[in-house]
Design a protein around this ligand. Structure first.
Ligand SMILES: [Zn+2]
Length: 102
């Protein structure tokens, strides 16, 4: 299986998982941590694009972890349209686009 995270989830779901209350391997712990960290929403990156006749001022919205394209924004929109999860790395994206940290 080439999806170690899914494999670990399956193992952790086993009711008699032998490592409960015992040791988790370093690799398993790291996988669990990285998977859980992706559940913590992160603000997406807004990358401004060149002004265009069709869209006016516009931006690409990128994943803050892997820079994958996840959505877009044009000045005609009140807020950007983007995915809740990055389809590349699984990072959860903060859907509160308040722009308060600008
Ligand atoms: Zn990503």
């Amino acid at each position: 299986m080439n999806k170690p995270v899914e494999e670990l989830i399956q193992r952790l779901k086993e009711p008699d998982y032998k490592y409960y209350g015992c040791e988790l391997s370093r690799g398993e712990a790291e996988l669990a941590i990285s998977a859980l960290e992706k559940q913590i929403p992160k603000k997406p990156i807004e990358e401004e694009k060149q002004y265009s006749e069709d869209y006016g001022f516009n931006s690409d919205i990128l994943c803050p972890v892997c820079n994958n394209y996840i959505g877009y924004y044009t000045e005609a929109m009140c807020k950007p349209e983007y995915m809740q999860y990055c389809n590349e790395c699984g990072q959860r994206i903060d859907n509160d686009w308040s722009g308060e940290d600008e």
